[in-house]
Design a protein around this ligand. Structure first.
Ligand code: 5GP
Ligand code: MN
Ligand code: MN
Length: 315
């Protein structure tokens, strides 16, 4: 059921023990929004914990409280007054949602493709990041921002907007970020941390880019990474930022082998609706940034995604 920001605030106020979670393959917005809200709730005297069922990339070590994030233990059950699922719908939290018994479940998200399955959903797809929603939510609850809260929430806004360059950046986004800078957030330190890569990661990116292919008269740039190539392309982090700059491209994406007959697709767009493509293939996301998982043979999957993108380009 969709609810207002005020109703979301009330659910948080009425709960004492609160579990916060977000999606697997953590990003700045998932880690930032859960930790930011955790810091706020703890300051209100509540018992709040973040569970994320994945490894947290080490670039997020600059976020205060990141060391408190736990993975659910197999076979254990957790209880809470409220489970808050941030930046994702309920089905993409790995083992967290299935292992928590909560009186109520609140979903806070900014993805247009949210499946609206949660008991209570506050969805604002005008916001660039879930951290931008958290900014308004905390103010709605009469709260103030500590440096810990501000650092976490600033990070999610910065990463989900490509540091204020993507089209989802609005005056409201900038005002929220400005509020956090006023608290003293070290924005330059965060920017440096978010783009940090090891030597091996840089070399993996070089190896990935060697597989660059162009389609549809140069409107699409893609990198396909099969099982063999996946051994040397250990990360795709930041890869699409390198493809996006290619003149004339409308959609850039990669398809990477994950495990037997399973491939990860991640897309970025300068106009065409890639969330529609992703949703049609069982995934989701935003109009200009979306992803999905494909199954079957490598060649079949390659044809499937290329055909789906071609169809969208012709709409
Ligand atoms: P990325 O390409 O960075 O993995 O994801 C881009 C956007 O699409 C993110 O907002 C992410 O949450 C969303 N997304 C990526 N893959 C999936 C998926 O398989 N399912 C859904 N629902 N959303 C996805
Ligand atoms: Mn996210
Ligand atoms: Mn987000």
């Amino acid at each position: 059921m969709k609810i207002s920001l005020d109703e979301a605030a009330k659910l948080l106020k009425d709960a004492q023990t609160i579990i916060l979670t977000s999606h697997i393959r953590p990003d700045g917005d998932s880690v930032g929004s859960t930790l930011g809200l955790m810091h706020f709730l703890r300051a209100q005297g509540k018992d709040a914990h973040v569970f994320i069922d994945d490894e947290i990339p080490r670039i997020f070590n600059v976020l205060p409280g990141v060391e408190t994030i736990a993975r659910p233990e197999e076979g254990l059950r957790y209880t809470a007054d409220l489970l808050v699922v941030c930046d994702v719908e309920l089905k993409r939290t790995g083992a967290v949602v299935p292992s928590v018994d909560a009186v109520h479940v609140l979903n806070i998200d900014h993805h247009v493709t949210n499946d609206e399955e949660a008991e209570f959903l506050y969805l604002n797809s005008d916001d660039a990041a879930t951290c931008e929603i958290m900014h308004d939510l905390i103010l709605q609850m009469g709260g103030t921002f500590t440096l810990d809260i501000a650092t976490c929430l600033y990070t999610g806004i910065a990463t989900d907007t490509g540091f204020f360059r993507f089209s989802n950046t609005t005056p409201h986004t900038m005002r929220a970020a400005a509020d956090f800078l006023e608290i003293g957030v070290k924005q330059s330190k965060i920017a440096v941390a978010m783009e940090m890569k090891s030597y091996d990661e840089v070399m993996a990116q070089v190896k990935a880019i060697r597989n660059l292919e162009m389609f549809y008269d140069g409107r699409v740039a893609a990198v396909f990474i099969d099982e063999e190539k996946a051994r040397e392309v250990t990360t795709t982090e930041g890869l699409l930022d390198k493809l996006r700059v290619i003149e004339g491209t409308q959609v850039v994406f990669f398809m990477k082998w994950l495990e037997k007959d399973t491939y990860r697709v991640s897309m970025r767009s300068k106009g065409p609706n890639v969330s529609r493509i992703a949703q049609g293939l069982g995934g989701g996301g935003h109009i200009r940034a979306a992803g999905c998982t494909l199954y079957g043979s490598f060649d079949e999957a390659k044809q499937t995604i290329l055909a789906a993108i071609g169809e969208e380009l012709n709409r």
